[in-house]
Design a binder for this molecule. Structure first.
Ligand code: DGJ
Length: 741
């Protein structure tokens, strides 16, 4: 990997074995974009890629000449209001009312490794040689505003991480109203746009659209990355698929309001913008102050969507997630939420936990309802003290009882929220986000604490810290169950209200960071009514997240499949729940529920006492299976093979690094009679190794499995007197393949 600057041609070349990124200083001093894609040779002069043509109706920068029209030039960090009419990367409101700026190249620095982004989650390096970073410094001479553009190229993988920092180096107060993390002008628009969208309990469904002149965008203005959209998009060539062809993934390491957008202009250039949503954003920069944007990561792959996903998985698993749990197989848990909801006593919990232990569960999680006056969602949030009517010896007592059973104990919190019926609210009614003189909307009877205020975060930290220091808590599920409305902080002056959304997220990150530091062995699982804040920002603090409140196995195929485009399998919280399912009332076989949940963190979301003895035996073998294969499933190389968004069959697989073991998950939504012969081609195996299929003892070479395929044909359904397991709706199979020679 290398970052080369050619002084004569003022061109920059960032490259590793897979990608090249080319830029140059334009004649007016702004930065121009020349190329991003597959690696090309380094050479002195790439300036031929800076193309200009005199065009009718264009506006030109230099008097008397007809070459530089910013509208027709690919740039690094575009500005609106001079001769570029596309959506901008940066906008600064000045005291005279103007929003124009003109950032000109001043200098640059190249350093080994990667600097930290203060207060923000970001990818990191452990050794300097893992990456190189270019810091470009530009200045707007009129206002004195300084712009730093950061580019980190990793030694391995087609990865480029980007962010921007804007400093007020002048004397007047500035208002930053747009500051994107990434602006990328691509030379054509022959792409399909992939987004991962949905709703509560229907998160991250893959949607594909074709780019055309105009704008495509996804965003969140809800204060969290949201169930509706994810801060991740993909541009893929129309001929690219899961296994081959060019794709570029764009991912924002941020958990708040975001915008991800592609604008195709009149001359077929595609401008991708990604960053904090400019709507309502207004950051006041006094003299000497600076603003750091979140980081955006671009991944280029010529090995199709699976190639891109594998690069993201590895990066986010190894160099975004941190701490004790980063590389550890995740404990198999039993959560009491769908088993009891708010209706539990200590004895009932111990009864559920006892059966869980007997089946092999390692961690028992006490969900909502253990604190304050919380017996429904109407009261108690904010009072993080155990309710003695439910837990006679508090959290310390129940944690001890669970530990005595031989399991670890985990606990649910919703730190950012408060009910009006709570001691915290009664004491500090001004601690919620609310706009003066306006109605304050509730969501699930709760209000959002103003996490932009340090004293609020301090108070919540104090309550959590007390419990965690006294009791043996090994896991925290951090929930967040409503979007932010009437966003306004009583502690900030009027001209700083445009900062509240971002300051709120900084407060969330601060609380996470303090807890991570103080309790490094606690495993954090993020949650926001399921998958409402499933984003890379949170992964930095919590290496796994509850993917959705929809725990039905068939629904989960789509949710987990969609999630896997960006996020590693080790981060996808997935459990077996009761049948009929509580969200869709569907009956799915117990084996299918587990076969789906294996491709995630795995656990149970039900009272195992309520299963029949046969079912309990099945659960024991499911847990034994997961214990044997969880490293492979969670940390192996993951391939999507057949999509639930395209047909009746879903298939995916994980292979270990040595390519000696693989687990294939095969799922059929609806059963049909007299079905065709079927095969599925596997990937990632060693063509020369011979693999044995566990259970049947059949053997195949890797090249057979990858070129001819694994035979998945069913028996003759529609005539059997009894279902031997293969037939029926929602059937599934797990194939385990082990190299024998
Ligand atoms: C929403 C979560 O997604 C559920 O798993 C559960 O923790 C409830 N909140 C509790 O209120």
């Amino acid at each position: 990997m290398s970052i080369v600057f050619n002084e004569g041609t003022k061109t920059f070349h960032l490259f590793n074995r897979e990608i090249s990124y080319l830029m140059m200083v334009l004649p007016n001093g702004q930065m121009g974009q020349l190329y991003f894609g597959k690696r090309v040779h380094d050479r002195e002069d790439f300036s031929y890629l800076y193309e200009t043509l005199p065009r009718p109706m264009a506006a030109y920068v230099f008097e008397g000449e007809y070459s530089l029209s910013l509208e027709h030039v690919k740039q690094e960090y575009g500005v609106y209001g001079t001769s570029d009419f596309r959506r901008p990367a940066v906008e600064i409101l000045q005291q005279n009312g103007s929003r124009l700026c003109d950032f000109r190249y001043k200098g640059h620095e190249i350093m080994g490794g990667k600097p930290k982004l203060s207060g923000l989650p970001a990818t990191y390096t452990e050794k300097e040689e893992e990456a190189e970073t270019l810091i470009l410094t530009l200045e707007d001479p009129l206002t004195g505003a300084v712009l730093q553009l950061l580019y980190t190229i990793f030694a391995k993988g087609g990865i480029l991480a980007r962010s921007a920092k804007i400093m007020n180096g002048g004397t007047e107060t500035l208002h930053l109203t747009t500051a994107m993390s990434l602006c990328m002008d691509l030379p054509d628009y022959d792409y399909e746009w992939l987004q991962f969208s949905g709703a509560w309990a229907r998160e991250r469904h893959l949607k594909v659209r074709k780019l055309e002149q105009g704008i495509l965008a996804v965003d969140s203005r809800r204060g969290h990355s949201s169930h509706e959209h994810n801060p991740f998009i993909v541009l893929k060539r129309p001929w690219a698929n899961e296994f081959q062809g060019e794709v570029i993934g764009f991912s924002l390491i941020y958990s708040g309001n975001f915008l991800a957008q592609a604008e195709v202009d009149t001359h077929d250039t595609t401008r991708v913008l990604m960053g904090i949503h400019p709507m309502g954003f207004d950051w006041k920069l006094e003299k000497g102050e600076s603003f750091q944007t979140p980081e955006a990561v671009m991944v280029y792959s010529e090995r199709g969507l699976n190639g891109m996903s594998q690069t993201f998985h590895k990066l986010y698993r190894k160099r975004l997630a941190r701490g004790y749990w980063r590389d550890k197989a995740r404990p198999i848990l039993n959560n009491n939420w769908e088993a009891t909801y708010f209706d539990f006593t200590e004895e009932r919990l111990v009864e559920i936990a006892g059966k869980a232990k007997e089946c092999g569960v390692e961690l028992f999680v006490l969900d909502d309802g253990w604190f304050g006056e919380r017996s429904s969602d109407r009261a108690g949030l904010g009072d993080w003290v155990a309710n003695p009517k439910r837990l006679s010896r508090g959290i310390t007592g129940i944690a001890e009882r669970i530990e005595e059973l031989g399991m670890k104990f985990g606990l649910w919190f919703e730190p950012e929220m408060v009910n009006k019926d709570s001691d915290l609210y009664r004491k500090h009614p001004d601690w919620i986000l609310s706009t003066p003189g306006r109605n304050v909307s509730h969501g699930r009877n709760q209000y959002v604490l103003d996490f932009s205020r340090k004293e609020v975060v301090d108070c919540i930290y104090g309550m959590m810290e007390k419990i965690l220091s006294e009791a043996k808590v090994s896991y925290i599920k951090w929930d967040m169950n409503r979007s932010i409305t009437e966003c306004y902080s009583a502690a900030l002056p009027p001209e700083r209200q445009g900062e509240v959304f971002h300051r709120y997220i900084l407060g969330v990150y601060d609380l996470y960071e303090r807890l991570n530091t103080q309790f490094p062995h606690i495993l954090f699982e993020s949650c926001a009514s399921g998958g409402g804040r499933f984003d890379p920002g949170i992964l930095y603090y919590a290496p796994q997240g509850w993917a959705s409140d929809d725990s039905d196995a068939v629904e989960r195929l789509e949710i987990q499949y969609g999630t896997s485009f960006c996020y590693p399998i080790s981060s996808i919280g997935s459990h077996v729940s009761a049948a009929p399912n509580h969200q869709v009332f569907r009956n799915t076989p117990l084996n299918t529920r587990a076969n789906v949940a294996y491709f995630g963190t795995f656990g149970y979301e039900l009272d195992l006492n309520k299963l029949t003895e046969d079912e309990q035996e099945m659960v024991k073998s499911q847990i034994a299976f997961m214990k044997e294969y969880r490293e492979l499933l969670q940390f192996g190389t993951f391939y999507r093979l057949a999509s639930p968004f395209e047909g009746n069959i879903t298939c995916w697989m994980a292979v270990n690094e040595e390519q000696t073991e693989a687990v294939v998950g095969w799922y059929r939504t609806l059963c049909h009679v007299n079905m065709p012969y079927t095969r599925i081609r596997l990937h990632g195996l060693n063509p020369d190794l011979c693999y044995e299929e566990s259970g049947t003892g059949k053997t195949y070479y890797g090249d057979e499995l990858m070129n001819i395929g694994l035979v998945t044909t069913d028996g003759m359904s529609g005539q059997a007197e009894e279902n031997t397991g293969d037939y029926g709706d929602f059937g599934s199979r797990i194939y385990v393949l082990k190299a024998v020679r």
